[in-house]
Design a protein around this ligand. Structure first.
Ligand code: IMP
Length: 430
């Protein structure tokens, strides 16, 4: 069986971790493809709740190998912390392989991230502050540092070269010294090289691992991070992340050819959420948003920031489906609406008097879009114990059917709680 891609269909935090963990039970290999420690994938297992930032969710399934692909930007300190935390919880992360081609995040990338955000002032993006943008910028401008470069005999010189480049950038900011409480980029080199040495046993040729697995007909899961509306090209620029968050980015970041793709799962949360700034047309009003946030525990897994909550938005949902060509939808957190008497679905936008059903390219235009809502009945009964479609109340089934109709893709499964078994399958994925 070939590759299955699982990607975020909204603004992130759709509970991709839950879906990937479920599907990982049937896979031999799980590959993180892009993004970096800005991601926070939460998985609830019998051993506890895990928040993974760089380690693929497959690591929590014994016998499943996990790969950090070359499209990911890796912070060695963060990865070591994560591996230590997993080991302390009794999870053996030894089956992890880190791509030798992956680009590295260094402390100066985090400094630059903070400085750039500060310089943006009111127009700040609300990044996770993990150095993602500066690391990808270095990669694109060919000033970056890959794992294999840093671990080569000339790694120290390479790191010094990259650090000098970063120092020049940092000094270009007026308040550059203000956050430089740690050490200067060049002084960090020793500590950084030590951390990389500890990672050396995990480093390998992930392309051959992935290609061999495909040749053997094994199931490979491509674990997307962030989501379609945060994509660098097609998201709500500039309020986006710095990688390609689409299926195309998952393939590129893992080194999997499109012909190997058997299924593409778009993960949608029943109510989209957004962290950071940027337009969000179907954002709920204060009290409803607060209620949804509390019931859904909508606080960032990476930064702890409260997430903004919204009604299901069919305009961005369709846009994301067309960009990614989902073969199936996973609809998560259905149970969060269990007590709501009525629900809204955004079916279009009104922009300066005209009705539109597309996502305008300018953030200011999207911010000016007024949502057009249709209102539907809530189900007002708990759904957590549902395990088959017949267990779901009629109103919940009608809601799912309406989502399916609006997105134009069949819903394969819905989740009714965070536990592994709190899932209702509506149809098989393949
Ligand atoms: P960055 O990826 O840290 O540069 O942040 C850019 C934007 O993407 C900010 O609005 C972040 O809040 C958002 N973002 C990045 N990673 C995630 C994620 O995993 N979930 C949700 N939002 C994210």
């Amino acid at each position: 069986m070939p590759a299955i891609a699982v990607v975020g269909a909204q603004w992130g935090d759709e509970a991709k971790g839950h879906i990937i963990d479920l599907l990982a039970a049937r896979a031999s290999l799980v590959v993180r493809c892009q993004g970096g420690p800005n991601a926070g994938h939460t998985v609830v297992t019998a051993q506890g709740t895990f928040r993974l930032h760089l380690v693929p969710c497959g690591a929590l399934r014994p016998g499943v190998r996990s790969v950090i692909g070359h499209g990911v930007v890796v912070d060695p300190f963060g990865l070591l912390d994560e591996l230590d935390t997993l080991a302390a919880a009794g999870v053996d992360p030894s089956a992890l392989v880190l791509s030798e081609r992956a680009h590295l995040i260094a402390p100066y990338h985090r400094q630059l991230d903070v400085l750039e955000e500060r310089a943006r002032g009111e127009a700040m993006i609300g990044t996770t502050g993990r150095g993602i943008g500066p690391a990808y910028a270095d990669k694109a401008s060919r000033t970056g540092l890959r794992v294999c470069d840093a671990l080569s005999p000339s790694g120290r010189q390479e790191l010094r070269r990259a650090a000098r480049h970063a120092e020049r950038l940092i000094h270009g900011f007026d308040d550059g010294t203000a956050i430089d409480a740690e050490t200067s980029p060049s002084e960090d080199v020793d500590r950084y090289l030590e951390a990389l040495e500890r990672l050396r046993p995990y480093v390998g040729d992930t392309l051959t691992i992935v290609h061999d697995a495909l040749d053997r007909g094994e199931t490979i899961l491509l674990e997307g991070a962030q989501a379609a509306l945060l994509d660098l090209d097609t998201g709500t620029y500039p309020f986006v992340t710095s990688s390609c968050t689409l299926v195309a980015g998952a393939l590129a970041g893992a080194g999997v050819p499109p012909s190997a793709l058997a299924a593409t799962v778009g993960v949608y949360k029943t109510y989209p959420t957004r962290v950071g700034t940027g337009p969000f047309p179907s954002e709920m009003d204060g009290a409803t948003g607060d209620l949804t946030r509390e019931i859904g525990h909508e606080y960032g897994a990476t930064t702890g920031r409260p997430r903004r909550c919204g009604w299901f938005d069919a305009v961005t949902a369709r846009y994301s489906a067309r960009l990614n060509g989902y073969s199936a939808v996973a609809l998560t957190h259905l149970d969060v609406f269990d007590t709501f008497p009525t629900l809204r679905l955004c079916t279009g936008y009104r922009l300066r008097g005209a009705v539109i059903d597309r996502v305008p390219p300018m953030a200011a235009d999207l911010a000016a879009c007024e949502p057009i809502y249709e209102e539907v009945e809530g189900w007002r009964v708990p759904t957590n114990s549902a395990r088959a479609v017949e267990d779901l109340p009629d109103a919940a089934r009608a809601y799912i059917a309406r989502v399916e109709e609006l997105v134009g893709v069949p819903v394969a499964l819905v989740t009714v709680g965070p536990e592994r078994d709190e899932v209702v399958w509506l149809r098989p994925l393949l």
